[in-house]
Design a protein around this ligand. Structure first.
Ligand SMILES: NC(=O)c1ccc[n+]([C@@H]2O[C@H](COP(=O)([O-])OP(=O)(O)OC[C@H]3O[C@@H](n4cnc5c(N)ncnc54)[C@H](O)[C@@H]3O)[C@@H](O)[C@H]2O)c1
Length: 356
């Protein structure tokens, strides 16, 4: 049997804990040898729960440890690029949480570090590994939808501001609100399903009507009422691609609207369409002059998207193959997000600058 891949996890908060759970499901393929967190107590208690051999005193120590082949980055967005670049330069593979970086400039630093490295770099976009999106992608790949000329993606949370006052709602640590938090998942998935067209221009708007009034608070994270809220709570954008196709993106952490709180994507193709709503989906077409549709669901015994994502990362590390969510996809997402924020600030369409 091949040697287990030795994994180190930076950040043992919410998502770090999820990664610990997923690696624990693949004990023959990988072993988490080292973890670290600024909150030493938290890292130590996770080490006890998951039987981890070593708690490093810093991210730097973890990255340079001989007992770490692959680094998982699960810290606030501000630190993604710093640790990703450091890990790639140290000859480590990287699984980086979304968004790839806090902005496109920092995402470009990761791209450059990756160009000089033969190690795997993957962005953690588990939505690509959900059962229904995978079924839709299969149909897209067979050409059943024809040319996808327009798409609509989003995620309206009715009352879901995470960790008010913590890093989540501080522009300097997160880079933005729901757009960069959950919008990046839907942007990523929509572009992937559309066949990775190149975004060229954006018109976007953002609003902050709930957070500043301490309304719209959700259940993710613990509020810090002494903290800061200076990000948006709703964003809308129209993104135009080089091939003429368009994507509308709409996300909120909080909104006064009748919403099912589920992520959605509608793909509009010349031969057929697909609609994703949470864990269910539909394929739509017209035949014999009649509208026809087929439903898709997530199988009851589905092992889950995150374990598939983790297995894919380990497979890429083992074989050297390119992950399905490489640095270029993360960079593309960061470019679009930056352009939406800039468009909202200026009130104008923004032409995406691929040369940043
Ligand atoms: N893929 C997903 O669906 C998903 C879901 C949740 C969060 N995330 C991403 O994961 C990242 C972390 O989010 P979270 O919800 O786990 O936040 P969190 O606040 O629960 O955890 C972050 C942890 O990082 C630690 N930390 C902060 N700076 C550090 C540093 N320099 N070195 C070491 N540890 C440090 C904090 O002490 C904290 O324990 C974010 O980038 C977020 O966007 C992704």
């Amino acid at each position: 049997m091949a040697e287990k891949i030795k994994v180190g996890i930076i950040g043992t908060g919410n998502i770090g804990n999820v990664h610990l759970q997923e690696f624990a499901k693949l004990p023959d393929e990988a072993v988490v040898t080292t973890i670290t967190d600024l909150k030493t107590d938290l890292a130590e208690s996770r080490a006890e729960t998951y039987n981890i051999a070593h708690v490093a005193s810093s991210a730097e120590e973890l990255i340079h440890s001989k007992d770490v082949d692959a680094v998982v980055i699960g810290v606030p967005n501000l630190f993604h690029a710093k640790y990703a670049v450091m890990a790639l330069e140290a000859g480590k593979h990287v699984l980086c949480e979304k968004p790839m970086a806090i902005n496109a400039l920092e995402a470009r630093d990761i791209m450059r570090a990756k160009q000089k490295s033969d190690k795997v770099f993957m962005v953690s976009h588990q939505q690509r590994w959900e059962a229904v999106p995978m079924q839709i992608l299969d149909q897209v790949g067979r050409g059943e939808l024809g040319h996808i000329y327009s798409a609509k993606a989003g995620w309206y949370r009715r009352k879901g501001i995470p960790g008010w006052g913590t890093w989540f709602t501080r522009m300097d640590q997160s880079g933005g609100g729901p757009l960069i938090d959950i919008g990046v998942h839907m942007l990523d998935l929509a572009l992937y399903m559309m066949g990775n067209p190149k975004p060229v221009s954006v018109f976007g708007t953002t609003y902050a009507e709930f957070g500043p009034k301490r309304k719209g608070i959700g259940t993710w994270g613990t509020p810090d009422w002494n903290g800061v809220y200076d990000v948006e709570d709703l964003a809308t954008a129209l993104i135009r691609m080089e091939d003429g196709s368009t994507l509308t993106l709409e996300v909120s952490w909080a909104v006064n609207m009748d919403t099912d709180n589920e992520p959605f994507i509608h793909l509009m193709g010349s031969e057929g369409g697909a609609s994703l709503r949470g864990n269910t989906g539909k394929l739509l077409t017209e035949k014999f002059n009649q509208p026809m549709e087929t439903s898709m669901t997530t199988p009851a015994n589905d092992e889950g998207c995150r374990v598939r994502l983790t297995r894919h990362f380990l497979d890429c590390v083992r074989t050297g193959k390119q992950p399905i969510s490489p640095a270029l996809s993360g960079f593309t997402n960061n470019l679009v997000l930056d352009a939406i924020y800039e468009s909202s600030r200026t009130g104008h369409e923004v032409i995406i600058n691929w040369d940043v």
